[in-house]
Design a protein around this ligand. Structure first.
Ligand SMILES: NC(=O)c1ccc[n+]([C@@H]2O[C@H](COP(=O)([O-])OP(=O)(O)OC[C@H]3O[C@@H](n4cnc5c(N)ncnc54)[C@H](OP(=O)(O)O)[C@@H]3O)[C@@H](O)[C@H]2O)c1
Length: 330
């Protein structure tokens, strides 16, 4: 089968698009004919070696897929050949990556693609949507009527946070780094969208939510805790999920006297059961049109290296040139 893989970490030039053996499904695995995959910042961190992880070479890139089951192992109960499915959290903990024509995936990590939803849209919300759901529902327990703030509401995770917070009945404040992205935040449902480059974020947040923000979602890698804590409501919750090397100062006193809490998580630590709960609600929202993909670029699998270059420039280079997801057709 065709696959995009690496035999060593390094620049995008280490990516090979070539032939690898087609996997055979184990008893509880489904063999999926992959139709679409997407990129996330973590793909760049791993491929570049910036985040050192033990990879078994040849390492097939990618964590998400959408496609069709073509064969099932002898003990598979949930799926049959012909079922359209999506998955995320692959390529971790010994599970193979997804940038290939076929992937053998344990049935506990597969979810049906709802009728009327395309493979491209399903894959484009997979990892980022699961991340947003885990943070909002499992960890921060966002409730209807609360105020949710998200820094970077037009980004991959941020755009899902905006839409899911609205679906959960929250009042949503989002920021973005350009007027175009601010407009995108409004289109996604944000009640207040602020250009963090040209407007005073704290003043706008205080005017919109004088009693404070109940849930603050940070996507930026260097959070300003002094600002965040001053804008949190009593019992406010902050979600942290980016910035492995960040070591910013933290205002301990102002934080605990307001009974605030901090929720850090990495979606790849989620159990199959936790991810299934997230996926089931995501599927309901996808069907109802409450969760929509934001696809920035569509490329063929053969251009995986070019896709990595783009994601790297946007994420590590902090240019933000990619607003939405890079999706690859297999
Ligand atoms: N912990 C986890 O499980 C998990 C899961 C997924 C992703 N992540 C991490 O979360 C981060 C975001 O991922 P992503 O896929 O959403 O990436 P992305 O699509 O590149 O989005 C990055 C976002 O950060 C915003 N941003 C950057 N600098 C900012 C600043 N100074 N103030 C406010 N916003 C700022 C950008 O806003 P503009 O473009 O408008 O400037 C953009 O919306 C990455 O570091 C990724 O590795 C973690």
């Amino acid at each position: 089968m065709n696959a995009a893989y690496i035999n060593q970490t390094g620049g995008p030039g280490v990516i090979i698009c070539g032939e690898l053996p087609t996997p055979k499904p184990q008893p509880r695995q489904c063999l999926v004919k992959v139709a679409a995959v997407d990129l996330n910042p973590i793909d760049v961190y791993w491929r570049s070696g910036l985040v050192p992880v033990k990879l078994a070479f040849p390492f097939i890139l990618g964590h998400d897929l959408a496609g069709t089951v073509v064969e099932v192992g002898s003990e598979v109960r949930r799926f049959k050949p012909g079922d359209r499915v999506w998955a995320t959290n692959q390529g971790f903990a010994g599970r193979p990556g997804t940038f290939a024509e076929f992937a053998a995936v344990h049935e506990e990590w597969l979810y049906p693609i709802p009728l009327g939803v395309s493979d491209l849209d399903a894959v484009a919300v997979s990892l980022v949507g699961a991340t947003a759901h885990l943070g909002l529902v499992r960890d921060a327990r966002l409730k209807a009527g609360e105020v949710l703030f998200v820094n970077g509401g037009a980004g991959g995770v941020g755009s899902c946070v905006v839409q899911m917070a609205k679906a959960l009945g929250a009042r949503v404040i989002a920021t973005a780094g350009s007027d175009e992205k601010v407009a995108a935040c409004r289109q996604l449902g944000a009640d207040l969208a602020i250009n963090y480059q040209t407007e005073g974020v704290a003043v706008a947040v205080k005017a919109f939510a004088p009693d404070g923000v109940n849930v603050w979602w940070e996507t930026a890698r260097e959070p300003d805790f002094d600002r965040v804590v001053s804008l949190l409501a009593p019992r406010g919750r902050m979600v942290l999920m980016a910035g492995r090397d960040a070591r910013p100062p933290f205002p301990v006193g102002p934080f605990y006297v307001k009974d605030c809490s901090l929720h850090g998580f990495a979606m790849f630590n989620a159990t199959a059961g936790e991810l299934r709960a997230a996926a089931e609600e995501m599927n309901r929202w996808l069907s109802a049109g409450k969760l929509k993909a934001r696809i920035a670029r569509l490329l063929p699998l053969s251009q995986t290296a070019a896709a990595h270059r783009l994601q790297e420039e946007s994420t590590l280079g902090k240019t933000g040139v990619v607003s939405g997801k890079i999706v690859l057709k297999v």
